[in-house]
Ligand binder design. Structure first.
Ligand code: GLY
Ligand code: MN
Ligand code: MN
Length: 449
């Protein structure tokens, strides 16, 4: 827990200090003793005037340090005699801390966050060249912050200028992501506990939305119910909550959440909580009045069949695109032909991607500290094989916007997506978000209360 969190009541699992240390060790082994990794924290972002957005730490930085303050820099120098883990941070400052809250300071980052050395930010230009001297590569992601890029290049240039009199300057600047993001892609038992906790609270929030929803309520009132559930568990939305009724359910990134919910419409809710840096991502679609119409139910059951087929494909050794995604594509295309929304030969329609009229997004993405989490999807040009410890969303959908050519009017303005968070294991796929119902009968039963 960071000093900024000292008043927070412990409400669930936490990543232990030993795990942060093991993560740094794993990264340092991948980098080797000829490299130094430079990882900046996030900075506070202005919202307007002197108001800031709520602070959100950079996921790579938080993954490696657990340190949740802005204006910090982590440096990992494997095997360095002056210490391997250096953490630069804001100085203690009695007056600033009275206004803005406690700071760990350079001593606190050693005692509380396992740094070998803590420094204030103003020591960076003195300390960094020492840590970089004699190393052949700098591990730093260029392009995220031009300010940090300039400083890194500045230190390398300083060493280059001095290299006639001393050790050679680093020759290569390589991306942190190439190693760290593959590490982050495989979740530890501790991380899965964090994600399961976020998943449970998010599922309960979706159940609450189903219970309270009635015609005449507004989309923002439903969003407020969901956000209250998150906040009561010391969580926040992991991304912009989508609450879209009727035609709005067919707008993929609808975030206005401003309309009145009409009797007879479907409501699509995509909302997930973030718990101490770990995300959940759930979508459910249900009738505003608690009863699916025949057309709504037909589309709904088809999306559910596709989702169950894709979840079943989320097993070690299966491929993300070729197996998980294609399971949904095949199920949906067959069903769209049965419903008369597509006409033609199923294989040819798949080949021509005709289903994209109604299903225009992928079936899912990696999930972790970022909602669209890090890690490659392709391996040597091939869709990647799943491995135990990966977490992915499975989220097929069908969206029949009003006026879609070839779509019978009775299906217009039906938008359905069903999204769960799935862990790849050695055996059966593990669904972290199973506490919110998704079979149509179960949803109707819950809404009937
Ligand atoms: N909520 C973002 C997504 O489903 O990808
Ligand atoms: Mn998603
Ligand atoms: Mn989502």
């Amino acid at each position: 827990m960071s000093p900024l969190d000292t008043n927070a009541v412990p409400v669930g699992p936490a990543i232990e200090p030993a795990e942060f240390s093991a993560r740094r060790r794993q990264l340092m082994e991948a980098i080797g003793n000829d490299g130094v990794a430079i990882i900046p924290s996030s900075i506070e972002q202005t919202r307007n005037s002197d108001v800031h957005y709520p602070f959100r730490q950079d996921s790579d930085f938080r993954y490696l340090t657990g340190f949740n303050e802005p204006d910090a820099l982590a440096v990992l120098a494997p095997g360095h005699a002056d210490g391997e883990f250096h953490l630069f941070c804001r100085p203690r400052d009695r007056e600033r801390e009275i206004w803005d809250g406690l700071r760990a300071g350079p001593e606190g980052v050693v005692s509380n966050y396992g740094a070998d050395q803590g420094h204030t930010l103003d020591a960076i230009d003195t300390v960094l060249p020492k840590l970089l001297r004699g190393r052949s590569k700098v591990v730093h992601t260029l392009g995220l912050s031009s300010a940090w890029d300039q400083r890194v290049l500045g230190w390398v240039n300083t060493l280059r200028a001095a290299s006639r009199r001393g050790p050679a300057a680093p020759e290569a600047i390589v991306s942190l992501g190439a190693t760290l993001h593959e590490q982050r892609l495989i979740k530890s038992a501790g991380e899965l506990e964090m994600m399961a906790h976020a998943g449970r609270v998010s599922a309960e929030a979706h159940c609450r939305a189903m219970r309270v929803c009635q015609p005449g309520m507004t989309e923002y009132q439903i969003a407020a119910e969901i956000h209250h559930s998150f906040a009561m568990a010391r969580m926040e939305p992991a991304y912009g909550t989508i609450v879209g009724g009727g035609a709005n359910a067919c707008i993929l990134h609808y975030v206005e959440n401003s309309a009145v919910l009409a009797d007879g419409d479907l409501l699509l809710i995509d909302a997930g909580a973030e718990y101490d840096g770990y995300c959940a991502d759930i979508t459910r679609s249900f009738p505003v009045n608690g009863r699916f119409s025949g057309e709504q139910r037909a589309i709904y059951d088809l999306v559910l069949a596709a989702q169950l087929a894709s979840i079943d494909a989320a097993r070690a050794g299966q491929r993300h695109q070729d197996d998980v995604h294609m399971a949904s594509v095949k199920t949906l295309t067959r069903g769209l032909v049965d419903l008369g929304l597509l006409t033609g030969d199923v294989d040819a329609l798949i080949e021509d991607e005709a289903y994209k009229t109604y299903f225009m997004h992928g079936t899912g993405h990696w999930l972790g500290m970022d909602v669209h989490d890090v890690g490659a999807y392709y391996d040597d040009g091939n869709s990647r094989q799943l491995e135990p410890g990966m977490v992915l969303t499975v989220e097929p959908g069908l969206y029949v916007a009003e006026g879609t050519p070839g779509a019978d009017e009775r299906f217009w303005n039906i938008g359905v997506r069903i999204e769960d968070d799935v862990v790849v294991t050695d055996g059966e796929p593990r669904v972290l978000t199973a506490d919110v119902p998704k079979h149509a009968d179960e949803i109707e039963a819950l809404m009937a209360g």
